[in-house]
Design a protein around this ligand. Sequence first.
Ligand SMILES: [Ca+2]
Length: 246
Amino acid sequence: MERIIFDTDLAMGAPGSDVDDGFALALAHAEPEVQIDLITTVNGNTDVESATMLSLEVAKRLGIDAPIVKGAAAPFMHPVRRPSDETIANCGVHMTPAPGYAAAVIAAHIMAHPGEVTIVAIGPLTNVAAAIALEPRLAGAVKEIVIMGGIFMGTMSDSTKPGEFNVWMDLEAAAAVLRSGAPQRWVGRDVTLQVRCGWQVLPVRIWIVDSRIRRSVGFRQRCHPRGLLGMLACPGVLDDPLREAP
Ligand SMILES: [Ca+2]
């Protein structure tokens, strides 16, 4: 059994984002050999309040009972804090995350289970770097940190955001994780760009057909009506679910 902490900037179609984090969460939940111990949220593809609310909603719809703890609202050095998404705030979701702050809860959980828990980080690395700063022994106690981040053999097309988003969003946090000494596996866009999901791809069909996921997509469409149409018209790269690949 692979025990994981799932650290995410889950946005589920907030403007400028994809549904890949929600898909990744669903895949992790569906994998019998994966146990989700904890879900933590971070500012990134959306503001951390929206990411937390959407994570609570998606987890509820999928039947995931892991605690969800809110994390960093802004990167370390460059406060690119996403504005609160009022569209999501007005969707009528009123659930409360578990108490605590993500970095502290991550550090405490890793230290309580040394060598047993993998951190799967699919957003900016602010929470993970803060956890390492809070508890330097974490680097030797975490089983592995698996990261969707970076691009190693090429460049992105957007000159205003050189590199890959999760690293670009919080460079200092990414650097702190890199130099931490923790066992880590980076899966960059070099890899994820090679895997595109279209209608012909079976997992997407399962995703749409599965009633629980369909309801989550419906929620997304309710929040952002153009989002679902855009996704269907332009099947794209699902970066973060590739963290779940063996
Ligand atoms: Ca993400």
